[in-house]
Design a protein around this ligand. Structure first.
Ligand SMILES: [Zn+2]
Length: 400
């Protein structure tokens, strides 16, 4: 039987709701304050949308998120009326390549994909590009692993060549090279556990000890590790390594429930790259990828959106990854689950969940405002009205 809430409980709840706004300590001086008013808010946490939200931004951060009735808007603020529109966190693509390109970063940010995670590039080019990239919000934020940590004669060398790989021969060199990569500026690490099933050949992989050591080292330095696999049997190595996310859905068969459950229980995120599997390879790869994603989501698994942009010689979508989202829908994911995969879950696999991925007080102000309701039509993500990156409006399609 439902218990009625007591009057003191009700007032406490109301008070708590109000407090987050009263305690916002909206400044009366300092730099410019930007306020978005009246929009419907999908905050990236998976919570129900909030109508007529007010979002207060200063110095690149979100100062307060309130309902309109709960806040007095500072008189000196710049007010942007987004009534009738939908406000969301900036989106992510957590598996791309060619992130070290000003044109690509500009194209992503322009469409509201304000952060991308590059999962493979040669270290020298990546770090050189990043050091020369101006601190300009028109470029999407680039989070990167640098090269893939693998073994001599391993993937990707034996299939695609070694331009993006960092082979390690022993536990000692695994430690040394992983440390060096992080010292040079890699945000996260990527390990290869690809034993070659889909390539029809046996490919050597990192030993369990090497993989575990690299993951432990990354965790010790406050960051995370993504693991490359494509086949069901290699998932055991991922679980053993304690890597944080799986960089592709596996495609050579259907993942048994017992394995799915272990991945869910270990809190390992999955980045499906369905666009890759739908565009490159056999129809069976596409079907297996979609079915495995369905099983993983039904088991309560956490998904982060990533496409493998330019990771293979097929045409990928640059900007808002709607093709990937359409395939995630085919796997039975709801629009809300897909939005969470592209925002808060994505922030987590980028090791940025404390700063990004949701529209909440204290977070970096990366916001996307679109026309229409993405919960009934993800295509409305294409109808961009406003993009805010690091608190700066970088695209404004609102009619004055
Ligand atoms: Zn890739």
């Amino acid at each position: 039987m439902l218990k009625k809430l007591s009057i003191p409980t009700v007032s406490l709840l109301i008070l708590l709701g109000l407090l987050s706004c009263i305690n916002a300590n909206l400044p009366t001086s300092g730099s410019e304050i930007l306020v978005l008013t009246g929009g419907g808010l999908i905050d990236g946490t998976g919570s129900d949308p909030v109508n007529k939200a007010v979002i207060v931004i200063q110095d690149g951060r979100i100062l307060a998120v309130c309902r309109a009735k709960d806040i007095e808007i500072p008189t000196r603020a710049t007010i942007v009326d987004v009534e009738g529109l939908t406000v969301l966190p900036g989106f992510f693509n957590t598996h791309v390549h060619r992130g070290a390109s000003r044109n690509n970063l500009r194209a992503w940010a322009w469409e509201g994909v304000t952060t991308v995670r590059d999962l493979g590039y040669d270290a020298d080019s990546l770090f050189e590009f990043r050091s020369g990239l101006p601190d300009d919000p028109q470029f999407a934020r680039l989070v990167a692993t640098g090269p893939l940590i693998t073994v001599p004669g391993g993937y990707p060398d034996v299939v695609f060549g070694g331009a993006w790989s960092l082979p390690v021969e022993s536990l000692g060199t695994a430690r040394e090279k992983a440390e060096e990569l992080l010292d040079r500026g890699a945000d996260l690490l990527k390990i290869v556990l690809e034993s070659g099933v889909i390539f029809g050949r046996r490919i050597p992989i990192l030993s369990p000890e090497q993989a575990e050591l690299i993951v432990k080292l990354a965790h010790g330095r406050g960051t995370r590790v993504s693991a490359h696999v494509t086949s069901v049997e290699d998932l055991r190595a991922v679980i053993k390594s304690r890597a944080d996310d799986i960089a592709h859905m596996v495609i050579d068969g259907i993942v048994p429930d017992s394995l799915i459950n272990r991945i869910v229980k270990n809190g390992i995120y999955w980045v499906p790259t369905l666009e890759l599997w739908a565009g490159g390879g056999s129809p069976l790869f596409r079907a297996n990828a979609i079915e495995n994603l369905r099983l993983f989501v039904n088991a309560g698994g956490k998904v982060a959106l990533g496409t493998d942009y330019e990771g293979y010689s097929i045409e990928f979508e640059l900007g808002m990854p709607l093709r990937e989202m359409g395939l995630m829908r085919e796997a039975g994911m709801t629009p809300m689950q897909i939005i969470v995969a592209a925002t808060s879950n994505a922030a987590k696999v980028c090791n940025l969940e404390r700063e990004l991925g949701t529209v909440e007080k204290g977070k970096i102000a990366d916001l996307l405002v679109v026309e229409g309701d993405p919960l009934s039509d993800l295509g409305s993500l294409r109808r961009v009205k406003l993009v805010i990156h690091d608190g700066v409006i970088i695209r404004n399609e609102l009619t004055p």
